[in-house]
Ligand binder design. Structure first.
Ligand SMILES: [Mg+2]
Length: 428
């Protein structure tokens, strides 16, 4: 579909240039421009309507679920959120590791707003809280991580009340299993060591997909960290393909390292070696740049892990400048908000592959959101089972078999955090 679209755009641009020498050209190109604007406007309007549609299935609850208490518990570097209703229902979530930086935002900016609210109104609460104490000014992971932590605990509580998984509270199950790719790092290493580390990481799992890092770490590092490693990515890209063979799905992520010209150049090499998408080719908030790269390549373009606002996604989808949307379940502020991005993408035939960080229970929350998205990608981010949290999951072995894990089907998150571990924590 993308190839056809790109060809169509290429043809119309070429046609426009040929006509530009003729007197009627400006009229013709103006007409084309107006048609395109109308199309973008219409797409944007449709996206606006999608954002207004409710996500949480309120109909699963016959009576109010009033939030009586919301607590952040701390033990060493571990943060757990506990929410309780006036009827004695309880929910838990494990915070992202960065909560050690953001707990004052949880306690001072967000906590009070939830107390006394009906949890069935979670969609509305998540909108209104942006204006409470001017929280929208904290736009980014500073707001997203505490907000997502609270949302996951509330969904866990609601799931126990309705006897539904977190996924079932916000959608229909389309993917009872989630296929993974192994996300590799190591970009700071010289070529040979980097390549060896990729091989080691992939060998640990039964998978047929991986992601490699190319370039360095955003455009600000072009003259800082990358000295001495010129041309490494250009060598690594073919090496990885040749080693793993044609049956391996390989993704590449430059974390915004390139400018538009550089991204198109390295993107052509990724196309030559049949990589499956190019993630953050230029800086994540450079909308026009992302679209320019996308228009120049047939390779799908992915972006979104740094975003907290709907605006960037909406613009890129309306302007057909992106193929894979990647909100991070934590950074973006939880499942309900992330599902709205997935829905916008679905409406225009685009793929949803949420970003995730390693540690905690992130891969479990991610599995739930992937389970309910019909436009979920072929493979999803996986950074290992490593976690500081002792827990049980009665409904899934949480092991990778044939590249997939079974999504837990128990109520809420589907996992039971060891009560003795929770007891070690103190209310912060
Ligand atoms: Mg990334």
């Amino acid at each position: 579909m993308k190839t056809n679209r790109r060809k169509f755009i290429a043809n119309t641009v070429a046609g426009g240039l040929a006509l530009s020498t003729l007197p009627s050209a400006s009229l013709a190109s103006d007409k084309k421009r107006l048609e395109n604007e109308t199309t973008v406007e219409n797409r944007d309007k449709k996206l606006g309507e999608i954002l207004k549609k409710p996500v949480l299935k309120k109909e699963l609850f016959t009576s109010p679920v009033i939030i009586e208490s919301l607590e952040l518990l701390k033990y060493r570097n571990s943060f757990i959120c506990r929410v309780r209703s006036t009827d004695g229902a309880e929910g838990y979530s494990v915070a992202h590791g960065s909560m050690s930086s953001f707990y004052p935002i949880f306690n001072q900016q967000l906590h009070d707003f939830f107390i006394g609210k009906d949890a069935r109104e979670l969609d509305l609460i998540l909108e209104r809280i942006l204006f409470y104490k001017l929280n929208f000014r904290l736009n980014g992971i500073a707001l997203g991580i505490p907000l997502a932590t609270i949302e996951f605990a509330i969904l866990d509580m609601l799931g126990h009340i309705a006897e539904k998984s977190m996924g079932e509270l916000v959608g229909e199950i389309h993917n009872p299993e989630v296929p993974f790719y192994v996300a590799t790092e190591f970009r700071h290493l010289p070529l040979t060591e980097h390549f060896e580390k990729i091989k080691e990481a992939v060998a640990q799992y039964d998978v047929n997909a991986l992601k490699i890092k190319i370039g360095y770490m955003n455009y600000l590092t072009t003259d800082v960290h990358y000295k001495g490693l010129p041309g490494k990515s250009e060598k690594l890209i073919p090496m990885v393909r040749q080693f793993f063979g044609d049956d391996m799905h390989i993704y590449a992520d430059s974390n915004g390292y390139y400018d538009v010209e550089g991204a198109i150049k390295i993107g052509r090499l990724l196309e030559e070696y049949k990589y499956s998408y190019f993630e953050e080719p230029v800086m994540f908030d450079h909308f026009e740049g992302i679209k320019q790269v996308s228009d120049a390549l047939t390779l799908p373009i992915a972006n979104g892990e740094q975003d907290h606002s709907f605006t960037n996604f909406r613009w890129l989808i309306a302007n057909d400048g992106i193929d894979v949307v990647q909100p991070d379940n934590y950074y973006f502020g939880g499942m309900i908000r992330s599902i709205k991005v997935a829905r916008m993408a679905e409406a225009f035939g685009k793929t949803f592959i949420p970003h995730m960080s390693g540690g905690g229970l992130g891969y479990i929350y991610n599995s739930h959101i992937v389970s309910v998205c019909p436009n979920a990608g072929l493979h999803h981010e996986f950074k290992g089972f490593g976690t500081h949290v002792p827990f049980e999951c009665p409904t899934s072995p949480l092991k990778i078999t044939n590249g997939k894990i079974k999504v837990p089907t128990g109520p809420g998150s589907g996992v039971i955090i060891d009560p003795d571990f929770i007891k070690k924590h103190e209310v912060l």
